[in-house]
Design a protein around this ligand. Structure first.
Ligand code: FES
Ligand SMILES: [Fe+2]
Length: 369
């Protein structure tokens, strides 16, 4: 399997209206279009006639019309040349689907499970897209450890002086890596704390599962009452997909949800959702800014001085190579990478188990693909 063989969310549904739109994924340039009856098409964004970008064309009925000589293309890739009706040209097509308010594509004909997001009972915060100037592995690294949150994030995460108190546990199966972090919440503005219903001295839990077809993480973020240990306040569920655009460019697609209904009293719910969307946007932008500043963007981990928060990086490398790229190890897989200081501080409860499915919110949906 290769990268393009997995379902990736490449465009918001509401960005595809009557005009075709060009997107990139894993070195492929793809034109998406919506026929007048609403059916979706995804073709190579290059006319087989003389190489025009089909994304500069227009939709007429069920056909995408090339802007250069007017050849007409169906969603199945069957072409017609108005000037040479006997011709039967073919364009390369991709499988395309629409779910969770996004357009998803993969290589035509290959079998791939569709990532299924459990969001029943959750309320949409937003669907966001950001671009990071770094390879997919290096971007995923940022999203699979919390040690950067005090210095990189604006609000979401742990306090700078208390990272040693944060417990981090990693569990893994052949198909997934589960990371669970719990520690003191960093100081928040009073208004945010009140809006989310977060008690003083609450503990913040940032727990996620990474899966690799395609590469994506599903985060559950919530707070615990410092006295009872019970959940307190609102919660977030955010699915983040990593789309490789090129060797050093990765699109980060965040599908964010919250436990807060928009109709919560006096418009506070709607305000909460808008603020949460802005917060997710700010935090991912800050992550992207940090990634742009890396002096070394090589995905290999060998020789790096990794700490106790970096265990998931090594595990993810191996699964990216095997599941996502269909390779057996290879450069950047992390084989043999030294991982130092894995031990959590005294008093914490490190768990690093192998086997058994991690609990979580994402599962393979065999109904798709
Ligand atoms: S290049 Fe598209 S019709 Fe000629
Ligand atoms: Fe981050």
């Amino acid at each position: 399997m290769g990268e393009i063989d997995h379902w990736h969310p490449v465009l918001r549904s509401d960005a595809l209206r009557t005009r075709p739109v060009g997107v990139r994924l894993a070195g492929h340039e793809i034109v998406l279009f919506r026929a007048e009856d609403g059916a979706l098409g995804a073709l190579e964004d290059r006319c087989p006639h003389r190489g025009m970008r089909l994304s500069l064309g227009r939709v007429e009925g069920a056909r995408l019309v090339c802007s250069y000589h007017g050849w007409r293309w169906s969603a199945e890739g069957r072409g017609e040349s108005p000037g040479t009706p006997a011709m039967r040209p073919c364009a390369r097509r991709y499988d395309v689907a629409e779910r969770h308010g996004m357009i998803w594509v993969k290589r035509a004909g290959v079998t791939a499970s569709f990532p299924y997001l459990e969001v029943d009972g959750w309320f949409e915060v937003g669907r966001l897209s950001h671009r990071a100037q770094a390879p997919l592995e290096v971007v995923l690294d940022n999203f699979t450890e919390v040690e950067h949150t005090p210095s990189t994030h604006l609000l979401l995460g742990y306090p700078a002086g208390r990272m040693a108190e944060v417990e981090t546990r990693v569990a893994m199966t052949d198909e997934a890596v589960h990371v669970h972090n719990e520690g003191p919440q960093r100081k928040l503005p009073r208004v945010i704390q009140a809006l989310f219903g977060i008690p003083d001295e609450a503990r913040f839990v940032d727990s996620w599962i990474t899966r690799f077809s395609p590469v994506h993480c599903v985060y559950d973020q919530y707070w615990l009452d410092p006295v009872t240990g019970e959940r307190a306040g609102d919660a977030l569920r955010i699915a983040v997909f990593f789309n490789p655009l090129g060797p050093e460019e990765t699109e980060i697609v965040s599908l964010a949800y919250a436990s807060v209904p928009p109709w919560r009293g006096l418009g506070l719910g709607a305000l909460h959702l808008r603020l949460t969307r802005a917060l997710v946007d700010v935090e991912v932008r800050r992550d992207c800014a940090v990634l742009a500043g890396l002096a070394d963007k090589q995905p290999g981990l060998v020789g790096r001085a990794l700490g106790r928060f970096d265990s998931a990086l090594v595990a993810s490398r191996r699964r990216i190579a095997r599941i996502y790229r269909g390779e057996m190890g290879g450069p950047g897989s992390g084989e043999g990478a030294p991982v130092s200081s894995r031990r959590a501080p005294s008093g914490s409860n490190p768990l690093r188990s192998v086997g058994g499915p991690p609990s979580g919110s994402f599962r393979a949906d065999r109904r798709g693909g």
